[in-house]
Design a protein around this ligand. Sequence first.
Ligand code: MN3
Length: 281
Amino acid sequence: MQESGIGRRAAMAALGTFGVTALAMAGVEDWQPERAPGRRGQPEGQGAPRPDPMTAAQLGWDPAGNQYVLPQLPYAYDALEPHIDEQTMRLHHEKHHQAYVGNLNRALRALWEIRETKGDPALTQHWLRQVSFNGSGHFNHALFWQIMAPPDDGGGQPPEGELSRAIARDFGGFDPFSEQFQQAARGVEGGGWAWLALDTVSSRLMIVQMESQQHSSLNGMVPLMGVDVWEHAYYLKYQNRRAEYVEAFMNVINWGRVADLFGTAVQRLHWRGSDEAEPER
Ligand code: MN3
């Protein structure tokens, strides 16, 4: 469809302005996952290109409205209890994430108006900052919801397959990884995130801290799994006990979904390293 093609190009163009965080999200397209959240296992080896595990709807892109919208959670607000409580999930999704979406759309519209010579060009830098912060915030949260699952639907089940082997190779095993990841999350200064990311330069997994919603050190990184350690993510239930929240978060990680993201990212590295062009998407 021509219309959705335009919408997709517009989405991709906007993604480009977000920088780093958008790297893993660059393959926005209409693809429906065959498997429910929380299911694990991914066919290994070469063969047909992997479909992107994140859909446009999950990334909050509405091609008909030509705007970003708040993506639905793949589970109920109380589904991550007792680790993450219902009230926190509801406020975090309906208020905090919604604010990033609204501010992102507002900034994109303002920049469009400036380009159409209907807006104030003196405010260009202001709106660019707004796009960067709120766009990154929007995509960080869209990914965050997807890489969690209820404990009775696969949440917290350790990774298997090629992701498990990569974690063993790069961190010495799941337990050392888990400890270092939690340490990174505990140590973020102020609001921010800890991420497990694929470094596309070294083809290795890395644990990185992100201040606020964006961080230049993520250049070349494909984020695979992360934890929001802004206080709004945990203060109602855990107050100042961030370590307790981070430990509880480990019980709701959807490693099946993380493995899908990892598989897609690795396959793209293989394309980059071969003479074969990436298949038309
Ligand atoms: Mn948040």
